[in-house]
Design a protein around this ligand. Structure first.
Ligand SMILES: Nc1nc2c(c(=O)[nH]1)N[C@H]1C(S)=C(S)[C@@H](COP(=O)(O)O)O[C@H]1N2
Ligand SMILES: [Mo]
Length: 207
């Protein structure tokens, strides 16, 4: 595989999923406008089928104990970036606090302006899933999701929802913004799960 006309070393090439290419800069991608938001007024609501629903301010969330994750990013339009360092709270910490009931199988990310994305609990419980506020040691810029975004490195990046307002635990799947427009509910780049027609007939019932 080539990067900017040069052959990639094998150890780099093998980190790029099928049908993807590395890009030099970090593209900005979203549907709709970038919200003008202030961290001081931002809250994250954790809701749905949980024993202990809660809402945190930006400062309360950050005080839960930040962790860094270094991860690759793969957009379904074809670009990938490697070794992004994110700072945030692991999703697992939020789930442990909320205590989802045993029938929960899905998590719905809710964002400013109504954007949503659905993720299986299994995908969310990976230890590299973060609710993040920084990238490369700097606060996110507005176009990359300030104040808060979800980061799910092992799924195509439309599931790394920017301007995250809430996480809803659910028994049933609720297809998100791109998932109702023909994109895959699981979206594993290594399996090239791009489109909903690739889903099995029972995919939504058996994540
Ligand atoms: N709220 C929201 N989050 C979103 C999107 C969006 O349209 N709205 N687009 C997604 C897509 S398609 C991608 S590739 C990534 C891109 O993140 P970046 O702009 O920080 O590179 O954000 C994802 N998160
Ligand atoms: Mo994307």
């Amino acid at each position: 595989m080539k990067l900017f006309g040069q052959k990639l070393p094998d150890e780099v090439a093998k980190r790029v999923p099928p049908g993807q290419r590395l890009v030099k800069t970090w593209p900005v991608l979203q549907y709709g406008p970038v919200p003008a938001a202030e961290g001081s007024e931002w809250t994250l609501e954790v809701s749905g089928l949980v024993e202990d629903p809660f809402t945190l301010t930006y400062d309360e969330l950050k005080a839960l104990g930040p962790q860094d994750v270094t991860a690759d990013m793969h957009c379904v339009t074809g670009w990938s970036t490697l070794d992004n360092t994110w700072t945030g709270i692991p999703f697992r910490v939020l789930a442990e606090r909320a205590k989802p009931t045993p029938e929960v199988k899905w998590v719905i990310a809710h964002c400013e302006h109504g954007y949503t994305s659905d993720l299986s609990m299994e995908a969310m419980l990976d230890d590299d899933v973060l609710v993040a506020w920084a990238h490369g040691g700097q606060d996110l810029t507005p176009e990359h999701g300030y104040p808060l975004r979800l980061v799910v490195p092992k799924r195509y990046a439309w599931k790394s929802a920017k301007w995250l307002r809430g996480l809803e635990f659910s028994k049933h799947n609720k297809r998100g913004f791109w998932e109702v427009r023909g994109y895959h509910i699981h979206a594993d780049p290594w399996r090239e799960e791009r489109y909903s027609y690739q889903e099995g007939p029972r995919a939504e019932l058996e994540p």
